[in-house]
Design a protein around this ligand. Structure first.
Ligand SMILES: [Zn+2]
Length: 262
C-alpha cells in the first residue's frame, strides 16, 4: 500500500500501480490522475527513492512463463554496491544478530552466506537471500518503517505482517510450505517437515546429499516474495517457473519429480 492520501484518492494503491510498461510512471501520467497536486514533486521523488532496486527490476521484468531469466555466470561481472556489500565481511555479523534470536539456534553462518549469497548463480535469488537474512524484505512492518505503507497488518490474515508472518506463519504461506513438506516426504520416503529454520538456514547446508532440497526450499522462499510483489495468487506458479529454469541447467530428477507433484 502506498502512503500518500492524494495518490490513493487518484487510484494508486499498490506499488505495481506506479509502474507502467516496466517503468516508473511519468510525471505527466501522474498529474493527469491526481486531483490534489500541491505536493506531487516531493512525493514523486520520495517514492522513486523509496522503492528498492530489486523491486524495480522485478516489476520491470514482469511475470511471464516465457521470460528468460539469467541463470548465468555473467552476474559475476556485475560490479555494484550490492556485491560490494556481499563481499564485505562486516556485513556477515549482522544477520546472526537478527536470526539467532528468532530461531533460537546458532548455525554456521559462514556456510549459509556462501551457499545462499556468494555462490548463488541466480543473481535475483542471491539478492533475495541477502534481503531475507537481513530482514529487509518488503513485509508490512518494514514498509511501514520505510513510510511506504500506513499499516503493518497482513492483507491475508490481519495479523502483524513481520518477516515470520510473511515467510512462514501466515495461513496461505503455511499451506504452501506444508504442501512442499508433503512432496519431500513422498519423494524421500520419510517424513520431512519444513520449519522456519530451514527457510533461513537451510537443511544441513553444504552437504551434497541435501543439495536439491536446499535449492527447492530457497527457490520456494523466493517464490513467496516474487508472487507477493507481483500480486499473483499462487506461489506454486512462480516456484514451478523458477525451478524449470534452474533444472534446464541441472537436469536433476529430484527437482523434476518435485515439479511433477507440485
Ligand atoms: Zn498473514
Amino acid at each position: 500500500m502506498l502512503f500518500f492520501k492524494e495518490w490513493i484518492d487518484a487510484g494508486f494503491t499498490y506499488i505495481s500501480d506506479v509502474f507502467q510498461d516496466g517503468k516508473f510512471i511519468k510525471p505527466t501520467y501522474l498529474l493527469n490522475k491526481l486531483t490534489a497536486k500541491q505536493k506531487w514533486i516531493t512525493q514523486y521523488s520520495k517514492l522513486q527513492r523509496a522503492i528498492p532496486k530489486l523491486w524495480k527490476e522485478i516489476l520491470a521484468t514482469g511475470y511471464n512463463i516465457n521470460t528468460k531469466t539469467n541463470f548465468a555466470p555473467q552476474i559475476y561481472t556485475c560490479k555494484n554496491l550490492y556485491w560490494e556489500l556481499v563481499n564485505d565481511k562486516a556485513e556477515t555479523s549482522y544477520a546472526p544478530m537478527i536470526w539467532n534470536h528468532v530461531i533460537g539456534i546458532n548455525p554456521e553462518w559462514e556456510t549459509i552466506w556462501t551457499f545462499k549469497i556468494k555462490n548463488m548463480p541466480v543473481k535475483k535469488i542471491a539478492q533475495f537471500n541477502y534481503y531475507l537474512l537481513h530482514d529487509k524484505i518488503p513485509h508490512k512492518q518494514n514498509l511501514r518503517k520505510w513510510k511506504i505503507s500506513v499499516t503493518d497488518v497482513c492483507d491475508d490474515c490481519s495479523m502483524l505482517e513481520n518477516c515470520l508472518n510473511y515467510m512462514y506463519e501466515c495461513k496461505r504461506v503455511k499451506t504452501y510450505w506444508d504442501k512442499i513438506s508433503t512432496i519431500f516426504s513422498v519423494i524421500l520416503g520419510l517424513k520431512f517437515e519444513i520449519k522456519l529454520k530451514h527457510i533461513i538456514c537451510g537443511h544441513a547446508l553444504g552437504e551434497m546429499a541435501h543439495e536439491n532440497q536446499n535449492i527447492i526450499i530457497m527457490v520456494a522462499a523466493f517464490a513467496i516474495y516474487k508472487t507477493k510483489i507481483l500480486k499473483h495468487k499462487y506461489f506454486e506458479h512462480v516456484l514451478t517457473e523458477e525451478l524449470c529454469i534452474i533444472n534446464r541447467f541441472k537436469n536433476n530428477t529430484f527437482i523434476s519429480d518435485f515439479i511433477k507433484y507440485l
